[in-house]
Design a protein around this ligand. Structure first.
Ligand code: NAD
Length: 478
């Protein structure tokens, strides 16, 4: 058996130990993988001070020069795909193919954001005065704190650091305490680039200790957070003391609307894929289905068959599985409890509905619940597991109204062959994203942002890039 790795924080271009440690386990085998720093306030302050000291010099370089570091890092990631994917799978539980996709997508994302180095633009604005020019510059905010969840832990490092760095900010990343190992491996690759010390820093630890030290610090100019609504709300309260700028990417409860005129093969395939990918632990994937009455029975029957056929297990021991374990015991128990409560409220269990005993690991059987109603918790709260609740609707107006009736507003999808229905859904759905006749995944050049409690601001593309800047308007009278 391999010995657990001991990781160190990455502060000011140096790996350094912390006084306290946390342990990280494999969710499929429960084997101890590593010990990582439980960083205290002094560690956090040192990382922030390093980021502050480096920021002006970093911002003074041309953006295209800053971008070269991101391109070089992308190359390093591509040279290490299999090794990095294994680290991700070991601590997070996703299947190897998806972990490899995550590493490759992260490399592409670094390249994509680096390309903005030559495209960041200000504005020249018409003046009211005869001899005046008005210029709008875009400037970096300063020091960014990036706080990450565990579900796409590797990609989310880049989703925060790439736009931050190319626009001239420096960053301190805090990975999730569930999945910090991949972030330290990322830091090792950054270290080999000879990036100026302090531009990129990593401090690991729990939310209560390390996360709250970061968000309470007056030395942070922007908190870029991805995680749950509950934590986002706590972070907002903490940021309020210093009026720190916030970018919050929070939870989702994505509705999938399936119309009578849908291509059912496509709908079943896409929705099922969306529910089992990463064991259902994805913010933007189908969490509830509204199916039109005419195809409801057939949809449920086909979906149950497809979910039932899912191969699951330990992804490193059985490379052909389609789904790994859930992240931890608490996640597994929550999913099991939600399914029990739904059945108590009258939902009909079509398939699955229980914890899968594979000897070790946090596995839940792919599950379909029919006869769900809007008021049930399973239709309102984030499940974050391979469980699909289905409710019947009579028409598209009803489906849209039920879809919008949610505290979440991240993504949504609709399956129909009718352009009229598709456009009606796009006009009526109040969400940050809608997918028509395809699975729920965003493009790096789009803009991933939620409404209602799903967040504030967004990520990706031009709009995501400019979140890491502030405007500076200059009135020049000559
Ligand atoms: P979480 O909120 O439990 O934790 C996220 C991060 O916040 C962790 O690093 C944690 O240590 C830290 N944290 C916890 N308490 C904190 C505090 N008081 N102060 C500062 N930091 C604190 O979320 P999670 O369980 O890691 O991730 C799952 C959630 O993330 C789901 O709700 C999912 O929908 C959401 N998510 C959203 C997106 C998106 O793009 N909108 C993407 C991925 C995940």
């Amino acid at each position: 058996m391999t010995q657990p790795t001991t990781y160190q924080n990455y502060i000011n271009g140096t790996f350094e130990s912390a006084r306290e440690h946390l342990e990280v386990y494999n969710p499929a085998t429960q084997a101890l993988l590593s010990r990582v720093p439980e960083s205290g306030a002094e560690d956090v302050e040192r990382a922030l001070a390093a980021a502050r000291a480096a920021q002006k010099g970093w911002a003074a370089r041309p953006a295209v020069e800053r971008a070269t570091f991101l391109h070089r890092l992308a190359d390093k990631l591509r040279d290490n795909v299999a090794r990095l994917a294994r680290v991700i799978t070991e601590e997070q539980g996703k299947v190897t193919g998806l972990a490899e996709t995550e590493v490759n997508f992260t490399a592409d994302y670094l390249d994509y954001m680096a390309e903005w180095g030559r495209r960041i633009e200000g504005e020249i604005i018409e003046s009211d005065r005869p001899d005046e020019s008005i210029f709008l510059f875009r400037k970096p905010l300063g020091v960014v704190a990036g706080i990450l969840p565990w579900n796409f832990p590797f990609f989310l490092i880049a989703r925060k650091m790439a736009p931050a760095l190319v626009t001239g900010n420096t960053i301190v990343i805090k990975p999730s305490e569930e999945t910090p190992n991949n972030c330290f491996e990322f830091a090792r690759l950054v270290d080999a680039l000879e990036l100026p010390p302090g531009v990129f820093n990593v401090v690991s630890g729990s939310g209560a200790t390390t996360g709250s030290a970061l968000t309470a610090s007056p030395d942070v100019d922007m908190i870029s957070f991805t995680g749950s609504v509950a934590t986002g709300s706590r972070i907002m309260a903490s940021a309020a003391n210093n009026i720190t700028k916030l970018n919050l990417e929070l939870g989702g409860k994505a509705p999938a609307i399936v119309m009578d005129d849908a291509d059912l093969d496509l709908a079943v395939n896409a929705i099922r894929g969306s529910r089992i990918i990463n064991s259902g632990q994805v913010c933007n994937c189908a969490e509830r289905v509204y199916v039109q009455r005419g195809v409801a029975d057939e949809f449920v029957a086909r979906m149950a068959k497809a979910m039932d056929a899912t191969r699951y297990g330990d992804p490193l021991a059985q490379p052909d599985v389609e789904m790994g374990p859930l992240i931890n015991r608490a996640g597994l128990d929550k999913v099991a409890r939600m399914v029990e409560v739904a059945q108590g409220e009258g939902a009909e269990l079509i398939t699955g509905g229980r914890i899968a005993d594979l000897g070790s690991g946090f596995h839940y059987r792919p599950t379909v619940l029919a006869g769900c109603r809007q008021e049930m918790a399973i239709m309102r709260q984030e499940i974050f597991g391979p469980v699909l609740p289905v409710q019947i609707v009579d028409d598209l107006d009803e489906a849209i109204a039920l879809a919008n009736d949610s505290e979440y507003g991240l993504t949504s999808s609709v399956y129909t062959r009718s352009l009229k229905h598709a456009m009606q859904a796009c006009r009526g759905l109040d969400f940050g994203e809608t997918y028509v006749n395809r699975e729920n995944f965003e493009a790096m050049q789009g803009f991933h942002a939620g409404v209602r409690r799903s967040g504030i601001g967004g990520a990706d593309g031009k709009h995501g890039l400019y979140e890491y800047t502030h405007s500076h308007v200059v009135y020049l009278e000559t």
